[in-house]
Write a protein that binds this ligand. Structure first.
Ligand SMILES: Cc1ncc(COP(=O)(O)O)c(C=O)c1O
Length: 402
């Protein structure tokens, strides 16, 4: 029986398949009641039965203390994600931004230097430019698709490198293995945001990353009912991030962990369907005259395709490539921003909303230049294809095109 206070995840990825581990890892009959499925422990503090038990805890015996520093429901989610990522340890956080900010604040003291990807989620960029900079951390950017540029950005003060595996919103593919070599040579820590792919498709630690961060709000949840984040990696690194998180008060609430435990059980199944649907829609979009460009690493002419194939194992025997590239894509309408309204308003299935990774398709006009991001949902692909075909047919196309 698993006692979440003392259980530790395996240091090596288990030999079981990813869908089996998504269901079983971190889970066991509840130690006190035998409840099947991790119960929601919704409490602030944990009692000791005697002073002797307090002393034993001070000497290292496992015991929960206070919910900001640990909770049995959250612990089970941490064990599950650590297993899925092949990490020694993981810690839950209030949001994806809490995961990123606590990790970077832990790794980067004043005077340190960070090499960050040119292609990052906008709020992550703001955190780097505003918060980190005002704490005395120097930040330089490089394109993580170009290992030479990444190496050139390193300085003697570089303590960390940061990239998104597939970037938000334009799906730029980071060469994680090359960045890992640069980080090792510099004695720095490579942090990879794996939100867009999830451990169902990519385990960055196996490719040379030191720390993986997630917005668990997205594919790990899968249903859009909660915010959350996770940091996974070496035990000492995760322990350091955990201390920073506790000090910031940015730990994961147990209700979020409980929802995420339910979502994570179907992660590989969902991600496979997200991926096959996205691959089909990417082809439809690429062939339509109303679309000027499609950003999807699963397309053979995508600039990141070769690196992406290696990362997500699409070259592995017996694996259908179209199941491997995730459910996110972006496209640019040939008619520019004038075409965005007509297309978005004509679509019947995707909801116009930010966020991603939900069962339902979500679509968002990114920046007022005709760029649109699409989180492809789990709907029947024939329905999605018919919907996009009719909506794109209404898009104004500039004269001379189409
Ligand atoms: C790649 C990526 N990282 C981090 C975040 C931040 O996550 P959260 O909204 O859970 O704070 C997001 C949110 O969209 C994201 O897309």
């Amino acid at each position: 029986m698993l006692d979440p206070a003392s259980a530790t995840p395996p240091a090596e990825p288990a030999s079981l398949g990813i869908q089996t581990r998504s269901i079983h890892a971190g889970e066991a009959l509840d130690p006190s009641t035998g409840a099947v499925g991790v119960p929601l422990y919704q409490n602030a503090t944990y009692g000791f039965r005697s002073y002797a038990q307090v002393e034993a805890w001070r000497d290292g015996a496992p015991h929960f203390l206070y919910a900001r520093e640990g909770n049995p429901t959250v612990r089970c989610l941490e064990l599950k994600v650590a297993d899925l990522e092949g990490a020694e340890a993981a810690v839950g956080t209030a949001t994806g931004m809490a995961a990123l900010s606590a990790t970077l604040l832990h790794l980067l003291p004043a005077g340190a230097h960070l090499v960050a990807s040119t292609h990052l989620y906008a709020t992550t960029r703001s955190f780097l430019c505003d918060t980190l900079a005002s704490h005395g951390v120097a930040v330089d950017v490089a394109d993580f698709a170009d290992p030479v540029a990444v190496a050139a950005a390193v300085t003697p003060r570089t303590r960390a490198l940061l990239c998104e595996a597939f970037s938000n919103p334009t799906l730029r593919v980071a060469d994680i293995a090359a960045a890992g070599e640069v980080a090792r040579a510099a004695g720095a820590t490579l942090v990879v945001d794996n939100t867009f792919l999830s451990p169902a498709l990519l385990r960055p630690l196996a490719h040379g990353a030191d720390v993986v961060v997630h917005s668990a709000t997205k594919y790990l949840s899968g249903h859009g009912y909660t915010l959350g984040g996770v940091v996974a990696g070496r035990r000492d690194l995760v322990a350091g991030v955990t201390r920073t998180l506790s000090a910031l008060g940015a730990t994961m609430p147990s209700f979020a962990a409980w929802l995420l435990l339910a979502g994570a059980k179907t992660l590989p199944l969902r991600v496979e369907r997200h991926s096959t649907n996205a691959a089909r829609l990417a082809r439809l979009l690429a062939a339509h005259p109303a679309v000027a460009a499609v950003y999807y690493p699963g397309l053979p002419d995508d600039p990141g395709h070769a690196v992406a194939r290696h990362l997500v194992g699409a070259d592995a025997p017996g694996i259908a490539p179209e199941t491997r590239f995730g459910g996110m894509l972006a496209f640019r309408l040939a008619g520019g921003n004038a075409a965005v309204g007509p297309v978005l308003d004509a679509l019947r299935l995707p909801t116009i909303a930010v966020s991603l990774g939900d069962c339902a398709s979500l679509i968002w006009p990114v920046d007022g230049t005709g760029l649109v991001r699409l989180s492809v949902g789990l709907e029947d692909i024939a329905d999605l294809e018919a919907d996009f075909a009719q909506a794109l047919d209404r898009a104004p196309i500039p004269a001379g095109e189409g």
